[in-house]
Ligand binder design. Structure first.
Ligand code: FES
Length: 167
């Protein structure tokens, strides 16, 4: 069965008529042609498909498009343009935070959410176990970025880029 779903994607209202089994990832890539969001594992294990929905990051491969009627979705295409990069994109360029680049859109969407999560005081299991308020520390950022896999192993550069934006 198909269903009508309306999303707000990168500030624009987008109407979809998709099969109820279509993931948000496939809706973005195949229906809306927003191919910046990548499909790695399609099973919630790599983070390549990370997008920001209503201010929180999700693995879009694990979510059905029809569950997002009325939601605000931000993808890498909504963050910057080649001529005017988002500060997080600029930091990834500056710190060589990628090699092949396949994981980068998900890394960047995740990174922006991680900074927001920490600023909002949302504990990771590290800070929850220690019963401390989360800080914008390298350890906290590393822990929260652990769901975003980089097959090239550019992790230290990725963390440097995020730390710079986190201040
Ligand atoms: Fe969604 Fe890997 S493609 S987590």
């Amino acid at each position: 069965a198909s269903a009508k779903t309306t999303l707000r994607v990168n500030g624009q209202r987008r109407e979809l008529d998709v099969d109820t089994r279509t993931t948000l990832l496939d809706a973005l890539r195949e229906h809306l042609k927003l191919t910046g969001t990548k499909k790695g594992c399609d099973q919630g294990q790599c983070g390549a498909c990370t997008v920001i929905v209503n201010g929180r990051r999700i693995n879009s491969c694990l979510s059905l498009a029809v569950m997002h009627d009325g939601d605000e979705v931000t993808t890498i295409e909504g963050l910057g343009t080649p001529g005017k990069l988002h500060p997080m994109q600029a930091a990834f360029v500056k710190h060589d935070g990628y090699q092949c680049g396949y994981c980068t859109p998900g890394q960047i969407c995740s990174a922006l959410s991680v900074i927001e999560e920490i600023r909002a005081g949302i504990p990771s299991h590290v800070s929850a176990d220690l019963n401390v308020k989360p800080l914008l520390s390298m350890d906290e950022i590393r822990e929260r970025m652990s769901g975003n896999i980089c097959r090239c192993g550019a992790y230290s550069n990725i963390l440097d880029a995020i730390a710079e934006v986190a201040g």
